[in-house]
Design a protein around this ligand. Sequence first.
Ligand SMILES: Nc1nc2c(c(=O)[nH]1)N[C@H]1C(S)=C(S)[C@@H](COP(=O)(O)OP(=O)(O)OC[C@H]3O[C@@H](n4cnc5c(=O)[nH]c(N)nc54)[C@H](O)[C@@H]3O)O[C@H]1N2
Ligand SMILES: Nc1nc2c(c(=O)[nH]1)N[C@H]1C(S)=C(S)[C@@H](COP(=O)(O)OP(=O)(O)OC[C@H]3O[C@@H](n4cnc5c(=O)[nH]c(N)nc54)[C@H](O)[C@@H]3O)O[C@H]1N2
Ligand code: SF4
Ligand SMILES: [Mo]
Length: 674
Amino acid sequence: MIKKVLTTCPYCGVGCGFYLDVRDGQIIGVIPSRANSVSKGYLCVKGWHAHEPIQHPDRLKKPLIKKNGTFKEASWENALDYVADRLKSIKERYGPDSLAVCASARCTNEENFLMMKFARAVLGTNNVDHCARTCHSATVAGLNQSFGSGASTNSYDELIHMDCIFIIGSNPTEAHPIVGWRVRTAIDNGAKIIVCDPRRILLAENASIYIQQYPGTDIALINAMINYIIREDIHDKDFIKNRTESFDALKEIVKDYTPESVKDITGVEPSLIKKAARLYAMSKRSCIMYSLGMTEHIVGTDNVMAMANLAMVTGHVGREFSGIYPMRGQNNVQGACDMGALPNVYSGYQPVTDEEARKKFERAWGVNLPAKGGLTLTDMMFKAIEGSLKCFYIIGEDQLRTDPDTHMIERALASLEFLVVQEIFLSETAKKADVVLPGASFAEKEGTFTCAERRFQRVRRAIEPLSGKTDGNIISELSRRLGYQMEQDPKKVCDEMAGLTPMYAGVSFERLEENGLQWPVLTKGHPGTPVVHLGKFKRGLGKFVPIKHKPPAEVPDKEYPFILSTGRILFHYNTGTMTRRVANLSREYPHNFVQINPIDAGNLNIKNRQKVRVKTRRGELVISAEVTDKIKKGVLWMPFHFSDEPTNVLTNSAFDPVCRIGEYKACAAHIEKI
Ligand SMILES: Nc1nc2c(c(=O)[nH]1)N[C@H]1C(S)=C(S)[C@@H](COP(=O)(O)OP(=O)(O)OC[C@H]3O[C@@H](n4cnc5c(=O)[nH]c(N)nc54)[C@H](O)[C@@H]3O)O[C@H]1N2
Ligand SMILES: Nc1nc2c(c(=O)[nH]1)N[C@H]1C(S)=C(S)[C@@H](COP(=O)(O)OP(=O)(O)OC[C@H]3O[C@@H](n4cnc5c(=O)[nH]c(N)nc54)[C@H](O)[C@@H]3O)O[C@H]1N2
Ligand code: SF4
Ligand SMILES: [Mo]
């Protein structure tokens, strides 16, 4: 039997559409969908190979229970009974806040809704979070303060019509390739590109202006642009007057940041900053695209608000062909946030501390809900070490490889009384679990993902779940064992969510059939919203928040003279549990590596491809060097896709005090030839 099942890519937040080619129950290939409004018939190399990990022999198919340090296969009945008993007993002994759950940006909206409902209505705690903490929590916190809503303001299709795209701390041709393709189309159409990145990324080659600042100096850079824009009188006075507040406070702060005065901090020639400021401000259709180069810092939230200041001071937001594009990372990280898999909000960002919202969910779910906000992922780890967090139920996240400071995370997981991991592969985190529950991949379930342009799109089942159950089934069966009956049909879960969430009230499976819908979708007839903050910001007036430069938590010194930054390459995806099981992708990049500038390499007598030791205050790693002038002198850069050579033993767990994101993008490091 031959089937072609239309679905959404399980990797990055772009949200491309393709068909899975199924023959006699085997998924043998991927065919791009030309009708999909996001990808229009294109896919990147990961998307083209998205079928390969699904039926890989390493897929988990049976629950595993650890006895005396080794896993034994168990039946679903036994495993679910055992997990439910342990959750119940921990809750009885230590109270609901001794438990925490981690939802998954790899799973569907419906599964995330169920997971946050499970934490709140069944376990009785708001301790629910997911990888957005490590990724764009700074965006949610920062843009919320500036604009009143923390998602992309505009849509992908506008990009090709821009006059100027200001790309800062984002590497779209590798991390969001089908958006990167739109940026290239914009260039072909005559757009000017500004790239600000400590690494000469591919798009830097096509940029009108390329700025290579030191990691962690972006506030100084942006404030200097704003300083120059105001000094040259090219700010948008009408926009500032009619649509914003607190401009004087901004003006006062940026006085101290002239392009000349920030040269020592940023390492950037003042003339380049002036050119960039002028080009961005004076272009008619200008937008900002940013990602983790801005958010993964102890000043992540401040970085985001600094960009919002720049957009508002020039009037480049709140209309079509302008705006801020925070490039959300995982296939459904936008959705996991939207569904309320966060410790402080229900779906649609309704605060758990808001009495009215809480009462609404209590009535719908027939239980009393906790009124106090829960722990973030960052704090869950600290509380585990401290001893007050006893139990962690994780779905589809590999903290032992992706949270900063691996040795600390090891201690945190080892301190728990009970760890459950629901996975499709035996990840490093899963290896530490007391029980592993085999979930299902995107190809085995119905549901929806929400991509970086706020678009809900359908995910469709191509084959039956290899383990017999989807992630949603598992959550709901645990819930039943804990005495609470939960709907598990994804379509009905979607309806329940829409009924409780004004922003998505018009969303339903039927309405998503064609090309999905961009939220807000306020009623059943509402067409969706390609551009937000039109005419008025969500919060009313846009707020200028004055921001000061602050150096990273760790700066270079004699012992650790380099700044180490980390990130992604095109061919692999996060921990690589999936892409490293794709033969072609793995052949392209089989091993970890560290990029170093030729001058630094020369000084240390390091040759290309030679083994080096990279060391920080937290750990060390022996990997090979890639000597390249793509990277600034004094800076090192590594990907984190190789679980056998784990980059995060090196990174710093220092975090942003507001959104509690870790500082993956800058720590002090030492490198030597071996
Ligand atoms: N191929 C691939 N694609 C992916 C992923 C993947 O693993 N592989 N992961 C997905 C996920 S979860 C996410 S969140 C996104 C992330 O997407 P991106 O954020 O675009 O990817 P990164 O490589 O982490 O970082 C982006 C850029 O920030 C730069 N940078 C580092 N430090 C600084 C700094 O201090 N200031 C500035 N301005 N720039 C800096 C880096 O040099 C890098 O080029 O990608 C998604 N897409
Ligand atoms: N050094 C460094 N570290 C980083 C970053 C960085 O820039 N530098 N970036 C951070 C960012 S932005 C992110 S988002 C995190 C990502 O961190 P993670 O979310 O831990 O990374 P993933 O590889 O996406 O892991 C998700 C896991 O989900 C599993 N999975 C996939 N689909 C499903 C499913 O449908 N069901 C279930 N149950 N499991 C599934 C996969 O097998 C995988 O093990 O990494 C962070 N870590
Ligand atoms: S750009 Fe992202 S969503 Fe599109 S095919 Fe590649 S990984 Fe999948
Ligand atoms: Mo991410």
